[in-house]
Structure formats: C-alpha cells, structure tokens
Design a protein around this ligand. Sequence first.
Ligand SMILES: [Zn+2]
Ligand SMILES: [Zn+2]
Length: 253
Amino acid sequence: MSAMWRLARPIQLLADLILPDGCGACDRFLATGDGPWCPDCALQLGRATAAPYCPRCGLTGTEPASLADGCHRCREQPILFDGMARVGEYDGRLAEIIRAYKFARRQRLDRPLGVLLAAAITRQPWASELDALVPVPTSWRSWRRYSFSPPASLAHQVSRELGLPALPLLRERGKAHRQVGLTLPERVKNVRGRYHLRPGAKPAGSILCIVDDVSTSGSTLQEVARTLKTAGATRVYAAVLGRTNGNLDSPDF
Ligand SMILES: [Zn+2]
Ligand SMILES: [Zn+2]
C-alpha cells in the first residue's frame, strides 16, 4: 500500500462521515442503492410526472387533450410554441426541489433534474424531430440572484442525455423587469421584444426546443418562440421542469 493511498483512504472515510449523501429533495439519509431521491420523494415525483397534462400548453388536468386541439384552457388562445413537455406541475415536492435547486443553489441536482426533463421530452411525439435545445437567456438580475443560470445548466444536462446540442442562440435585451405580481396581459407586454439573436446565431430551418426551469404564465416561452420563429425556425417546442397551474401569484417567479 503506497503512502498516498494510506493517507487518501482515511480522508475519504472522514469526508463520507461528515458529508453523507442525502436525498436531493428532503436531505433524508439515503440507504445504499437509493438515490438521488429517498423512496418517499421518488414516489411523489413519480406521481407528479405521471399526472396527465395538456401537450399544447403544459397545464395539468384530467381531460384528454391533444397537441392539435389543446385543452379547454388553451383551446382559444394563440400559442406560439408548438407543444410543451414538463416534468410535473409546479407544486408539492417538485416545487420544493426546484426551489432548492435555484435558491439554495444545490447544483448537484442538475444531473437528476436533467434526466427527468430529458425523459419528459422523450415521451413527446416531437422528440425525434429536434435539432437543438435553446436555454432561455438569464438576465443580470437572475445571475445576481442565483449565481448560475438554471436554464443553461438544465439544457446542458438534457443535451448530454439526448445527444442534442444546447445552443445559447439568444440574448436578453436591456434591463429586464420581474414578472411577479403582473397579470397575464402585463406579462406578455413586459417580455415583448426582450430577446434578440446572438451574433452568428442561425436558427432558420431548425426544429428547436426551448429549455426553462419554471413556466408560470407561458409568456416568456411565447416570446422566445416568437423571436426564434421570426428568425426562421421551422418549429419551436418548450420543455420545463415545473408548470404552474395558472397561478400567476407564485411568489418566486
Ligand atoms: Zn426525500
Ligand atoms: Zn392546454
């Protein structure tokens, strides 16, 4: 046994004692073979993921909805993206996990959340059409708040899972104003013209999937889709971890 090994082993054991692997959602101790979630969190995440949702707007509901017709809440609304994949409703345990990821900066959740998002995309009929993933650009305000870009990190992980490029095609123009407390028409107006193409970005003729962490009203995704389609993208889909069920008063977003 080398001297280095004799030293490294106790250090590793000590690190394992001090930093035991906990559940990514609730920090409960994980038994060997569990993970990244404890059995209770895995069960609740499974329920959230399995709940039926509208493939057009992403809202959770029990009525059968189709990509062509949508559900009763989106049927009459113009939607600029061509379909949505989501991991679950932004509620319960999934919302706690997303908050831990963003606000407590638990970036070790990147990988398991990216796996869940990739699985949600794979279940969509349009998954095999995609040319690339496009993360929603992060504003300076978000950078200051989170110290990282959740959409870019997620797009990177999904890219690894699906073997698709993650392309930061867009930039945020000017100073962004937060969406919290705004009505739906105000949110749409607030984001209008917010994004523009990075120099050299060429989305023309591509089939793209926007990646974001949470969608509240869908207005950000709409504006990103509008920008990409104006630049010639053939189709633009959207994928998010959590979709709020029409509640614009979420304190976080
Ligand atoms: Zn747990
Ligand atoms: Zn719908």
